[in-house]
Design a protein around this ligand. Structure first.
Ligand code: UD1
Length: 461
């Protein structure tokens, strides 16, 4: 069966009080609506159509790209009217049509599969999702007949006091037989109270047409799945639930999370087994951590890749890479383009930006390395600074060869290079290249000792 999906997202989102469209607000690292489009992708939709308001179309399209189709609902005339906007994209092209809400990111894939299955097995015209809400305020109430079949969905404003007391409510996600949906939608009349075209009126039309069994339903055991976002309090609540789910997944997958309540992990983050996340760890974006790492306490890692056995504590790591066994902190900062190769040790109060530190290199204390390439086993003394930013407003590069020893408080004025095995004295200001093996001291640094000549018996003949 070809499945088409309509994502309803033409709501105004005024209660967000935001310049950003509601559905683009992020939760657990991706926009609300992307949780929904990912769900539609995962359930195997052949076509996915987003219904948006005129002013949200472009920002949403810019974020989600051309994989999806976008239509505008010119006026907010109700959920039935919103689905109508997808007709040209889906009529005759989908055997069944699933309706999802763009700001409800918690529906689980298993539930949507169960819903689709419920309609297929009963050959119903529609299948709806219900749950128990206490209190049920704001939702359409589910009226069942004596045999417990769905008899109607009654919107709150149209409900009698007895109906208002019903706690089984319409969650909103529903699936319809494609051939039946579009002509049926034409028969939906505007509500007499508010002039809106209710999608939920399709239930009454299906029952009138085919009687009992025309509408199947599933009931969500977990009411959290029904939560949607209208304001920032709900955004925070939904974000917390997504985080709990993600942390729980990690726990089951072999990651130790010492304090789930203070650990925040975005949906796309991957963590290897036997890694420990200490309290206050925040893992964002496209971050990948290897096995046996120790992260935190109080560490933020964003869009970065760490190998196996890495350590980071009280540190901030952004768009950076650490290879196996590298460590940073406490109080380190890796910025964009920082690359610590195997077993690099970067201690307290270090900052690295757009620079590679070769395997085994050590910078224990108070250093800034920016726009630089350091070889293997370099020693960076406390307080070393690569002066990469010149008065002309440009950035220049520093090169340090394998095994070089940079004395404490050295200033390396780029562009400059320090050769392999060279030494700079404590407090030297290096403005000229230091040859391999040489020792340079002073301000500006001058070479006082060249590389020692090789002993006679080692000279090439
Ligand atoms: C709807 C259901 C109600 C259900 C509730 C669950 C109808 C008539 N009622 O209520 O039974 O309990 O959802 O949350 O369907 N939207 C548009 N265009 C519109 C109107 C709505 O795109 O003209 C979108 C909204 O952006 C949102 C979704 O449809 O994603 C639901 O709209 P909302 O106003 O929250 O729901 P209600 O219509 O109150």
């Amino acid at each position: 069966m070809t499945l088409g999906v309509v994502v309803l997202a033409a709501g105004q989102g005024t209660r967000m009080r935001s310049a950003l469209p509601k559905v683009l607000h992020p939760a657990a690292g991706i926009p609300l609506v992307e949780h929904v489009t990912r769900l539609a992708d995962a359930v195997g939709a052949a076509r996915i159509v987003l219904v948006l308001s005129a002013d949200t179309l472009e920002p949403v399209r810019a974020r989600l790209g051309e994989r999806y189709q976008y239509v505008v609902q010119p006026e907010r005339l109700g959920t039935g009217h919103a689905v109508q906007q997808a007709r040209a994209a889906l009529a005759g092209r989908a055997d069944e049509v699933l309706v999802l809400y763009g700001a409800d990111p918690l529906m689980r894939l298993e539930s949507v599969r169960q819903l689709i299955e419920a309609r297929r097995t009963t050959r119903a015209l529609a299948a709806i999702t219900t749950f128990t809400a206490t209190p049920p305020a704001g939702y359409g109430r589910i009226v069942r007949d004596a045999s417990q079949s769905i008899a109607a969905i009654v919107e709150e404003r149209d409900a009698t006091p007895a109906q208002r007391a019903i706690t089984e409510v319409n969650q909103g996600v529903a699936v319809y037989a494609g051939a039946w949906l579009w002509p049926a939608l034409d028969r939906v009349q505007p509500n007499r109270g508010n002039g809106e075209y209710y999608l939920t009126d399709l239930v009454a039309l299906a029952l009138a047409e085919r009687g009992q069994g025309a509408v199947a339903s599933i009931q969500l055991a977990d009411p959290d799945e029904a939560l949607g976002v209208n304001d920032r309090a709900q955004l925070a609540a939904v974000g917390a639930i997504l985080n709990r789910r993600k942390v729980h997944q990690l726990l089951l997958a072999g990651v130790t999370v010492v304090d789930p309540a203070s650990t925040y992990v975005d949906v796309d983050v991957a963590v290897g087994i036997d890694t420990i996340l200490h309290p206050g760890t925040i893992l964002r974006g496209q971050t990948r951590l290897g096995e046996r790492c120790s992260i935190g306490p109080n560490t933020l890692i964003e869009d970065s890749t760490l190998g196996d056995g890495c350590r980071a504590s009280y540190s901030v790591i952004e768009q950076a890479r650490m290879d196996d066994g590298a460590n940073v902190g406490p109080f380190g900062h890796l910025r964009k383009g920082a690359h610590l190769m195997e077993n690099v040790h970067m201690g307290n109060f270090g900052e690295v930006k757009n620079a590679t530190l070769g395997p085994g290199t050590k910078m224990g204390h108070f250093s800034y390395i920016g726009d630089a390439t350091l070889g293997a086993d370099v020693n960076i003394g406390a307080g070393t600074i690569t002066c990469n930013f010149a008065a002309d407003g440009k950035k220049y590069h520093t090169e340090i060869g394998d095994g070089a020893f940079i004395g404490s408080d050295s200033l390396l004025r780029a562009p400059v290079s320090v050769g392999a095995g060279a030494t700079t004295g404590a407090g030297s200001v290096v403005t000229k290249d230091v040859p391999a093996g040489a020792t340079a001291v002073g301000m500006p640094a001058r070479v006082i000792r060249s590389a020692s000549p090789a002993p006679e018996d080692e000279k090439p003949s």
